[in-house]
Design a protein around this ligand. Structure first.
Ligand code: FAD
Length: 509
């Protein structure tokens, strides 16, 4: 497509992974696509950890739209073999280690110790939930700058017009959307403007996106952050020289012979009474590190936790982030999801929290649904878009309620394990549904299941009544059974869950 075109089928605002991938899919299928990115392509982005659901949706998208390169990115080994230049890390599962709390008398916490003194009935201060049965099926931590830029490159090869340092400064909604673009180049502060139009405008501007006033006004876009129960703040950056957690466990004689995967090859969650730290190790020596805590209290100095401090002792900021990046409230939500020919990606509608890593999966699900809808004939299209708007909102509220419950239980590992299994049941249930041919347009995370909604409410009521940890397990365990066959919430496995979902579809080279 010529760069001087002025008329498009779809204009996408935002060149992160979700905007870039949608542009790639739609242009590969013959649509005229314009993508504008206000920053540069391949800028630093947070949110690296994919999940089995994310990789499954990526495979299905690739198969549906004939994109073998995308298929190759859906497991760690095929990614590494086919695209060694795209930096990444291996993820075999989710791991959680509880470092306790800080004794206010001493002001210093204890080193991590796996014995769980609080609850003899439950297991230990660690929890490992396996995501893939072996390395062949491993998921991936994405170095977002590489992946996001790769998707843009593929979109351009497929014919999309992708423009960085460009913003929509005015938009007028009608049968089509008429927009004024401003494009900045070096040494040109005002930039040049030009007029274009598109049948659809897709908001893929993510957590930090800001839309032009005229567009916000005409679609009635409003912030509804208060609807979200989760309320956390976060600081994060990329580091070099973060020590290996596996080595740390070995050094302290706490690396069990029964570990289902190498603890370093995971989305590591280091929980404390006050907040938690994620660590995602990438193969080129960089680790994504972030501290997240409930917003209601002053920023916590995580260095009071000796094991965390030891891991970070020799770490230095990577060039990509010369300092910590801080977000006062991580959660943001804006509605509507859709208005006329405006549609927002799930990741532009809301950001919930890094806990449980739902952003990439939800972004990919959004791409799959919108690609289908925009490529459909008109009556099917309006039905799909109507469903899309309702479903995305429901799913975001569901993820929020599952995450918020985990924060309520941060102070106790057995309690955290119990309620996090509601999330894992919903995620595994969705994965099994999709693997068995379920429709990606259907509500996921058990959103269409009122009994599950009720179970969440009742679990919250148990927490309101200060149920004991053992009481919570006893109460929740039988009730969770009808929503899972993955052996979740089993005291017998002592925090080591090895189930990895249904057999996955074949992986191509
Ligand atoms: C602290 C934190 C940790 C997270 N950790 C995880 C995780 O481990 N796993 C996970 O799955 N998810 C995680 N997430 C969520 C994840 O970051 C997002 O889901 C993901 O980045 C969304 O990708 P995106 O492409 O939709 O948006 P983004 O990556 O935000 O990209 C949006 C792009 O749009 C551009 N833009 C903004 N406004 C405009 C405009 N008006 N016009 C043009 N361009 C514009 C921006 O410059 C940006 O490049 C995390 C989020 C946070 C805040």
């Amino acid at each position: 497509m010529s760069d001087s075109s002025t008329d498009y089928d779809v204009a996408i605002l935002g060149g992160g992974f979700s905007g870039g991938l949608l542009a790639w899919v739609l242009s590969a299928r013959g649509m005229r696509v314009l993508l504008v990115e206000r920053d540069r392509f391949g800028r630093f982005a947070i949110g690296e950890s994919s999940t089995p659901m994310a990789d499954l949706v990526m495979r299905q998208l690739a198969e549906r739209h004939g994109l073998p390169k995308l298929h190759a990115l859906s497991t760690y080994p095929t990614w590494q073999r086919n695209f060694p230049e795209l930096r990444r890390g291996m993820k075999r599962g989710f791991s959680y280690y509880h470092h306790g709390g800080v004794d206010s008398g001493e002001g210093v916490g204890r080193e991590f110790h796996d014995e769980c003194e609080a609850s003899p009935s439950a297991s230990r201060n660690s929890l490992l939930v396996t995501a893939s049965p072996n390395e062949t099926w491993a998921d991936t931590h994405w170095l977002r700058s590489d992946v996001d830029a790769f998707f843009i490159e593929q979109a351009m090869d497929a014919g999309a017009n992708c423009r960085e340092h460009t913003e929509v400064v005015e938009a007028e909604m009608g049968r089509s959307v008429r927009m004024t673009l401003r494009e900045r180049s070096a040494g040109d502060d005002d930039g040049t403007t030009r007029r274009v139009s598109a049948r659809w405008i897709v908001n893929a501007s993510g957590r930090f996106g800001v839309l032009p006033d005229s567009l916000m006004k005409s679609i009635g876009l409003r912030r509804v952050d208060d609807r979200l129960r989760t309320n956390t703040r976060s600081v994060f950056a990329h580091f070099r020289g973060v020590k290996s957690w596996t080595d740390e466990l070995r050094r302290t004689n706490q690396l069990g012979a029964d570990e289902p995967f190498d603890p370093d090859d995971a989305a590591q969650h280091h929980l404390t009474d006050e907040g938690w730290m994620w660590m995602l190790r990438l193969d080129h020596g960089v680790t994504s590190v972030g501290w997240t805590q409930p917003s209601g209290r002053d920023p916590v100095d995580w260095q009071r936790y000796p094991s965390l401090q030891r891991m970070m002792r020799e770490a230095v900021f990577d060039d990509a982030t010369p300092n910590w990046i801080s977000v006062d409230r991580v959660q943001r939500m804006q509605l509507p999801v859709r208005s006329g020919n405006y549609i927002a990606m799930p990741t532009a509608v809301a950001t919930i929290d890094p806990l449980h890593s739902t952003g990439i999966a939800h972004g990919l699900i959004g791409v799959a649904r919108l690609a289908d809808a925009l490529l459909s004939e008109s009556s099917r299209q309006s039905e799909l878009l109507q469903r899309y708007a309702a479903t995305v909102e429901q799913e975001l509220m569901r993820i929020d309620s599952l995450v918020a419950m985990c924060y309520r239980c941060l102070r106790s590992m057995p309690r955290f394990e119990a309620v996090s299994m509601l999330y894992f049941a919903a995620a595994i249930g969705s994965e099994e549904f999709l693997v068995s041919g379920g429709d990606v347009h259907s509500p996921l995370w058990f959103c269409g299941v009122p009994e599950f909604e009720r179970l969440i409410e009742q679990t919250n009521e148990q927490l309101d009544q200060n149920v004991t940890d053992a009481g919570l397990w006893e109460w929740l365990r039988p009730r969770l059974q009808s929503f899972q066959s993955a052996g979740l919430l089993d005291p017998g496995v002592r925090g080591r869950y090895r189930y990895t979902g249904e057999a996955k579809s074949s992986v191509r080279d």
